[in-house]
Design a protein around this ligand. Structure first.
Ligand code: DGL
Length: 275
């Protein structure tokens, strides 16, 4: 009989807190442990190999916390590490545990938002280069046309709390324009990076009302809820005391200040040294 534990939520830094916030709203009964690899963020500009090794190391850490289920609330890690971890690593290190990502649940829902059939995807360089969204959307909605744009300056602006300043407008407009230049008929823009919801108001402000901006928090929360219903063998191993804990590989003082902005509530984190 496997032990019970919290659901693990992972991101390279603070972005996954925008997902955790929606998950806790939808499923407050469970225990969650959030882990941000802030010391090594951003992941978005790193190679496949590096993102895979960092993510695997963090997934193993979650297993030391008895998590039966880990959500990679990071598109970059989902794009570059998830499949290898699921197929090559998990069977050897923890065959009864599960690791899920954010790309598949988002892809399953994206077709609901567009009328023109033209969808824009904004993400980190790593997510865009992986072509994960192009590949996954093609499988589920072959009729859709997908346009991508990498936004390498957005995560640094957000992590450095510059995202509300006027200076951020330049980079917000620049990448939106590059995306919209690819097709004038894009009516749905997916924020395929869990950091980007902090820029959502600014992004929406530069777009016409005809364009829907989709963020992932709700979508991932609903998908997790369905997953737990369909997988009682995992669900019954999830602790249900409504506890939340936060861990970071960098300074816990910084995490508490910045993390509270992403999470919308005060967070108290603990520093972890991965060695
Ligand atoms: N939040 C991560 C994502 O969803 C990216 C941040 C980073 O570059 O580390 O892709």
């Amino acid at each position: 009989m496997s032990t019970k534990g919290p659901i693990g939520i992972f991101d390279s830094g603070y972005g996954g807190l925008t997902v955790l916030k929606e998950i806790v709203k939808k499923l407050p009964q469970y225990d969650y442990v959030y882990f941000g690899d802030n010391a090594r963020a951003p992941y978005g500009t790193r190679s496949f190999d590096t993102v895979y090794h960092y993510t695997l190391q963090c997934v193993k850490w979650f297993f030391t916390q008895s998590c039966p289920l880990v959500i990679l609330a990071c598109n970059t890690a989902s794009a570059k590490a998830l499949r290898t971890i699921q197929q090559n690593d998990l069977p050897g290190i923890a065959p009864d545990n599960r690791v899920l990502g954010v790309i598949r649940p988002t892809t399953e829902r994206i077709g609901e938002f567009t009328k023109t059939g033209k969808v824009g995807v904004l993400g980190t360089k790593g997510t865009v280069q992986s072509q994960s969204y192009l590949i996954e959307i093609e499988k589920l909605y072959p009729q859709l046309e997908v346009y991508q744009q990498a936004c390498p300056m957005w995560v640094p602006l957000i992590e450095n709390r510059e995202y509300e300043e006027d200076g951020a407008d330049y980079f917000v407009q620049k990448y939106l324009q590059s995306l919209l230049d690819q097709s004038a008929d894009i009516d749905t823009i997916l924020l395929a990076c869990t950091h980007y919801p902090l820029l959502q108001d600014k992004i929406q402000g530069f777009l016409t009302k005809q364009i829907t901006v989709v963020s992932q928090g709700n979508i991932v929360a609903e998908s997790l809820s369905n997953y737990l219903l369909r997988h009682p063998e995992i669900e019954e191993r999830c602790l249900k005391s409504g506890n939340l804990s936060f861990y970071t590989t960098d300074s816990n003082e910084d995490f508490d200040i910045n993390g509270s902005i992403f999470f919308g509530k005060r967070v108290n984190s603990i520093h972890v040294d991965l060695g």
